[in-house]
Design a protein around this ligand. Structure first.
Ligand SMILES: [Zn+2]
Length: 281
């Protein structure tokens, strides 16, 4: 990515954003848009396949839903786990290391901010890295679980290049006979540590996000259309304190009219240029 990739209008908007954020301690809020360049689709973005993620109610209600979930998750897992952080993730980590960003609040469950080197990361919707037992609370590493799933379902072949769904899953052709992993300690039901569609964000997670915004003097929102209410609520916290708010997102967001500067462009290139600009001031 280079400055040359940005058109004149975007370059001017980045300048204004840097003016607004310069000298501030910046809280960052990110959504699916920052991970699309890493190959993880944004199901709310333009051109996204129409897919409805499984709700927690469906997941908890019956065996066949859980089988469908786990088959899809297993088929998509390797591709999901192989996704690497992109320039946008790295630019945000660099901003934190430079003492400009106070941390990242993310709606993503891919763990890419952590892998890019961000230290203070609030994963609002949880993480795919861990799975826990709903009965005894035992926590498992998703990678270990993938090994177990393969062992218990040797007949399943994972396609090479899969098209990932929003939950890092693949629509399975069939799930009959699939052995769903259970807790190796108590035999209880396992659930990935992610907030499912239609499920509430744990209160302490939201408090942690609020705390990060409260300890900051500006807010940078990247790759989120702010459809999820928690995002809008955090934006309103910042707005009430009259903090500068910069939004970087391809396409409209619910916060556009409340932003100090809105940059309608891809996050990888914009965050790279914005980061360099801020570091130089
Ligand atoms: Zn258990």
């Amino acid at each position: 990515m280079s400055v040359l990739d940005l058109d004149a209008e975007t370059t001017a908007a980045v300048e204004r954003a840097a003016d607004a954020l310069a000298g501030h301690r910046v809280a960052v809020l990110t959504g699916a848009g920052v991970s699309t360049d890493s190959g993880i689709p944004d199901y709310r973005g333009k051109g996204a396949p129409v897919r409805t993620p499984m709700t927690a109610q469906q997941f908890l209600a019956d065996d066949s839903s859980r089988r469908r979930y786990w088959v899809g998750s297993h088929l998509g897992w390797r591709t999901f786990a192989a996704a690497a952080p992109n320039e946008g993730h790295r630019a945000l980590a660099a901003l934190e290391h430079a003492g400009i960003a106070s941390g990242v609040i993310t709606q993503n469950v891919d763990g890419l901010h952590v892998r890019a080197g961000s230290r203070r990361v609030v994963e609002l919707h949880g993480t795919m890295r861990r799975v826990s037992c709903l009965h005894c609370g035992q926590v498992f590493d998703r990678r270990d679980l993938a090994v177990r799933i393969e062992r218990d379902n040797p007949w399943i072949t994972v396609p090479e290049n899969v098209e990932l769904g929003p939950d890092g899953d693949v629509l399975p052709a069939a799930s009959d006979g699939f052995v769903v992993p259970d807790c190796s300690v108590c035999g209880g039901m396992l659930k990935p540590e992610v907030v499912f569609f239609g499920e509430y964000i744990p209160l302490e997670k939201f408090r942690e996000a609020e705390q990060l915004v409260r300890s900051s003097t500006a807010l940078l929102i990247a790759g989120s259309s702010l459809v999820v209410n928690s995002g809008i609520r955090l934006l309103d916290r910042a707005r009430r304190r009259r903090l500068p708010i910069v939004i970087v997102n391809r396409g409209e967001t619910r916060g556009d009219t409340r932003a100090t500067v809105k940059i309608d462009a891809g996050t990888s290139e914009v965050l790279t240029v914005l980061g360099r600009e801020l570091a130089g001031r």
